[in-house]
Design a protein around this ligand. Structure first.
Ligand SMILES: NC(=O)c1ccc[n+]([C@@H]2O[C@H](COP(=O)([O-])OP(=O)(O)OC[C@H]3O[C@@H](n4cnc5c(N)ncnc54)[C@H](OP(=O)(O)O)[C@@H]3O)[C@@H](O)[C@H]2O)c1
Length: 293
């Protein structure tokens, strides 16, 4: 299968390219320099030249705090860029797989969010990502939107890398213990998207296109996630000391954008409609990420 991937140097994009190559697909991975999705002419040119069987959009403006002061830039990539891809894919009848986020929700619900819950973003980033979802849904019917959260992986910056870096200079750390979510590895997201792309009935009218939540189990707080990272790092010899982790409240770790208290997404629909099981982040994905740090 010919697969065009945007945002190919990002956290998820890198794993998508690697995983797609491993599966012997013909992969066209574009960085932001090679294919800027805010430029419609370039999107048209590259997609129509390659004529892929599927386009996967891993490109996004992801600087959550900075987006508050760079609203135009965030919307240009997260809304207009997605619209460009959707228009081009529609013109060429190519399915578009797109990644979105739990930040479309305010995080005030107690239970995991389902696909039918009403979004209520509380940040520019979240609002721009929601605008991208809507632009795609209005433009082209052959789409998958995969909402994910708490992404970590071997490539790029993420919470696991931050914890390991901080551990180099100290023995104790305080981590927020009132935000609940599920660490989800970039590799598992790549596998999930490629499993969807692999479906043989792709392109058929009755394919269950639409919006899906994808997340790993089990749900934890950032504090619990940090404890697991240090425990596995120590247990497998990547860390030579015991890190002491102190639980704190979000009010003791203020950020320009208030993070959602609940980021847990319900994954029943994707399993039922597309036979995609949820992954388990602790057993394989975390240790792989530590190994390759
Ligand atoms: N990271 C998380 O915790 C998280 C959580 C929930 C959802 N998500 C979603 O998951 C997806 C992947 O995120 P990620 O963590 O892989 O993000 P990432 O590491 O920041 O990667 C995003 C990529 O998009 C590229 N990009 C930015 N503007 C572009 C443009 N105009 N045209 C083409 N490419 C552009 C960036 O390139 P440059 O670096 O060159 O700008 C970067 O390589 C995104 O849709 C994000 O919203 C992420």
């Amino acid at each position: 299968m010919k697969i065009l991937i945007t945002g190919a140097k990002g956290q998820v994009g890198t794993d998508l390219v690697l995983e797609a190559k491993k599966r012997n697909h013909q992969v066209f991975g574009f960085t932001s320099t090679d294919l800027d999705i805010t430029n419609k002419a370039i999107v048209d040119r590259e997609v129509s030249t390659i004529k892929p069987d599927v386009v996967i959009n891993a490109a996004a403006y992801t600087a959550v705090d900075k987006a508050e002061t760079e609203k135009e830039k965030a919307y240009a990539v997260n809304e207009t860029g997605v619209k460009h891809l959707a228009e081009t894919c529609k013109a060429l009848d190519i399915p578009l797989l797109h990644i979105s986020t739990d930040y479309v929700f305010d995080g005030n619900k107690k239970e995991p969010y389902t696909e039918t819950d009403i979004p209520n973003p509380t940040s520019v980033y979240g609002a721009s990502k929601l605008a991208g979802e809507i632009a795609l849904q209005k433009t082209w019917k052959k789409y998958i939107i995969l909402r994910v959260s708490w992404v970590f992986g071997e490539h790029g910056n993420n919470f696991v890398k931050t914890m390991l870096r901080l551990a180099k200079g100290r023995d104790e750390i305080s981590v927020v213990n009132d935000q609940f979510g599920a660490p989800t590895s970039a590799k598992s997201i790549a596998e999930c998207l490629l499993n969807i792309a692999d479906k043989t009935n792709f392109g058929k009218q009755d394919f269950p296109w639409g919006l899906y939540h994808y997340q790993s189990d089990p749900g934890v707080t950032w504090y619990e996630f940090a404890k697991e990272i240090f425990s596995q790092a120590k247990g497998s010899g990547f860390l030579d000391k015991e890190m002491i982790v102190h639980p704190i409240g979000s009010d003791q770790f203020p950020t320009p954008v208030k993070r959602p208290l609940n980021s847990k997404l319900e994954g029943g629909k994707i399993n039922q409609n597309l036979s995609v099981p949820l992954s388990e982040w602790r057993s394989t994905y975390l240790i792989e990420c530590l190994k390759n740090d």
